[in-house]
Design a protein around this ligand. Structure first.
Ligand code: DLL
Length: 434
C-alpha cells in the first residue's frame, strides 16, 4: 500500500520545486534580515544582502548558523516574530549547557502537523490505526509532533508518554495498539521486557513502528522487526528545524524523503564548510523556507549522511537522505581513526548471544587512546565456562578491529546491567575529556 498524504507537494516536478524553493528562500531571507539581528549582522559581516541571493546556487554565499548562535541568543533572540505570535515552545534535547529554545506560530504548528502526517502516511498509518506514543511528552518535540500528525490522519492516539515499561506493555495488550512511536533503542527495551515477562510480541496487534530521535543501523532495524513482528520505519528531525517531520521513510525504506518544499538540504565537508557534490557523504545543512517563528538559515545539523536524488518508486520526488552515520561532533577519534558508535552496533547485532545494549568507554593511558566495549550478553553466555567466554571475546575483538580499523577491548556484562534510557540512549563515555 503506497498512500501519499499530499501528492501535489510531495510529488511535484524538480523544476517546480526549484522555483518554489527559490521564491520561498528569497522571502525568508528578506524577513529574517529585518526581524532577526543575528542574521542581519551576519549578512553584513559577509557583505551580503538578501537581494544577492537570486537562485539556489547562491545559497552557498550565505554564512552558516550553528548551535553557538542559538546559545548566544538564548532564549528568544532568534525568533523572527514577536512572542505574542508564538503559541508553542519546545527545546532540543541538548546534552551540554542550556537547551535550545524553539517557537512555533499557529501556522508553523499547522505545517509541522502536515509534515508529520506525510511521513506517518508514508509508513502506512491510517485512520484504522491505534497509535501508541511512547516518547516523553514535554519540551522534547517528539511526542507532540507525532501526536498531532496521527490525530490529523484520524488514527486513535494513545498519549502514553515514556517510562513505566510494564504499563506500556499492558496498555499495548489491552488497547490493541497497532503502531508504536518511540526511539529505536526503547523499542528494543520493550522487546526485552516482553521476553522477561513472557509476553509474546507476536500476540499483540502491533504492525508498524515509527522510530526516530537517534541514529540506528539496518541491523538494528532487522532485530526490531523480527523480535516485535512489525515493519520498522525511520524518521528524522531536529527541534531547531521543526522537530520530527524534516524527513521520513516511505514504505520502500531506502532513505528518508526530506520535505524539500519546506527545507533546502545541502551536504558540506564538516572541516572546510565547502558544499559537496550530490552523492557525497558529509554534514547535512538545512535551511527553513516556510517557517514563521524560527527560520534557520543554513543550519549545521552536525549529522553525517548522504543524499540520493534518484527517483523513488513510491512516486515522491523529494530527495532521500540515508540513515545518518552519526554526528560530526560525536564522531569519535580513537588513535586517530574516525569511529561511529553505529559501526560497533552493526558488529554486535550480527553476533548471536550479544544483546544490542552496549557502552563504549574511551580513555587515554599515557599517550595512547583505549577503547573498551561493554556488551550485555545472554544469561547462558555470561555464566558459560571461561574458555568459551574467552573465545567469544576474542572473536568479537577481531570483528570490531576489522570493522573499525582500531583495536577494542571487549568486556562481557550481565544481562540488564547497563543503564537503560527511556528516551535517547547514551552509549559513549569519553573519559579523555574529563
Ligand atoms: O530528536 C526530533 C525527533 C523526535 C526526530 C522524534 C524524530 C523523532 P532533537 O532532540 O533536537 O530533536 O535532536 C535532534 O537527534 O540532530 C540527530 O542527531 C538525532 N536524530 C533525530 N532523528 C534521527 C534519526 C529530535 N532518525 C538530533 N536518525 C538530530 C538519526 C536522529 N539521528
Amino acid at each position: 500500500m503506497n498512500q501519499i498524504w499530499d501528492p501535489e507537494n510531495e510529488c511535484m516536478s524538480r523544476d517546480r520545486l526549484t522555483q518554489l524553493q527559490t521564491d520561498r528562500l528569497k522571502k525568508t531571507l528578506e524577513r529574517v534580515n529585518v526581524n532577526v539581528p543575528c542574521y542581519s549582522e551576519k549578512f553584513s559581516k559577509h557583505n551580503i544582502v538578501p537581494a544577492d541571493i537570486q537562485s539556489l546556487d547562491d545559497l552557498s554565499k550565505l554564512p552558516f548558523t550553528t548551535k553557538d548562535d542559538l546559545r548566544i541568543n538564548y532564549p528568544y533572540g532568534m525568533f523572527a516574530v514577536p512572542l505574542k505570535e508564538v503559541v508553542r515552545i519546545h527545546s532540543s534535547s541538548g546534552t551540554t549547557g542550556k537547551p535550545t529554545v524553539v517557537g512555533y506560530t499557529r501556522r508553523d504548528l499547522d505545517s509541522w502537523t502536515e509534515l508529520v502526517t506525510r511521513f506517518m502516511t508514508a509508513a502506512g498509518v491510517t485512520q484504522e490505526d491505534i497509535v501508541h506514543i511512547a516518547f516523553g511528552y514535554g519540551l522534547f518535540s517528539g511526542a507532540f509532533g507525532l501526536h498531532y500528525g496521527a490525530e490529523r490522519i484520524g488514527a486513535s492516539v494513545i498519549p502514553m508518554s515514556s517510562g513505566n515499561t510494564d504499563k506500556q506493555i499492558m496498555i499495548m495488550q489491552d488497547y490493541r495498539s497497532t503502531a508504536l512511536v518511540c526511539t529505536p533503542s526503547y523499542a528494543l527495551t520493550l522487546a526485552d521486557r516482553m521476553e522477561t515477562l513472557g509476553v509474546d510480541p507476536h500476540s499483540l496487534a502491533l504492525r508498524v513502528g515509527l522510530f526516530g530521535g537517534e541514529p540506528w543501523s539496518e541491523e538494528m532495524r532487522r532485530e526490531i522487526e523480527s523480535r516485535l513482528g512489525i515493519i520498522a520505519t525511520d524518521n528524522y528531525g531536529l527541534s531547531e528545524i521543526i522537530g520530527p517531520g524534516v524527513a521520513g521513510e516511505c514504505i520502500e525504506r531506502r532513505g528518508m524523503h526530506i520535505f524539500e518544499d519546506h527545507f533546502i538540504p545541502e551536504i558540506i565537508d564538516p572541516d572546510t564548510g565547502k558544499v559537496l557534490p550530490p552523492g557525497s557523504i558529509g554534514e547535512l545543512v538545512l535551511t527553513c523556507i516556510n517557517k514563521d517563528a524560527f527560520p534557520m538559515i543554513r543550519y549545521r545539523t552536525r549529522d553525517i549522511t548522504k543524499l540520493n536524488y534518484d527517483p523513488c518508486v513510491c512516486g515522491r520526488t523529494h530527495v532521500r537522505m540515508q540513515k545518518t552515520m552519526g554526528r560530526s561532533d560525536d564522531m569519535l577519534i580513537i588513535k586517530g581513526v574516525n569511529v561511529f558508535p553505529t559501526q560497533i552496533e552493526e558488529v554486535l547485532l550480527q553476533v548471536e548471544n550479544c544483546q544490542p545494549h552496549y557502552q563504549l568507554i574511551i580513555d587515554r593511558i599515557g599517550n595512547m587512546d583505549t577503547l573498551e566495549v561493554h556488551i550485555e550478553v545472554s544469561e547462558e553466555m555470561f555464566f558459560d565456562e571461561m574458555k568459551m567466554q574467552r573465545d567469544f571475546i576474542l572473536m568479537l575483538e577481531k570483528r570490531l578491529a576489522t570493522m573499525l580499523g582500531v583495536s577494542a577491548k571487549v568486556k562481557l556484562v550481565e544481562p540488564s546491567s547497563l543503564k537503560r534510557h527511556e528516551g535517547k540512549a547514551q552509549r559513549v563515555m569519553d573519559r579523555r575529556k574529563s
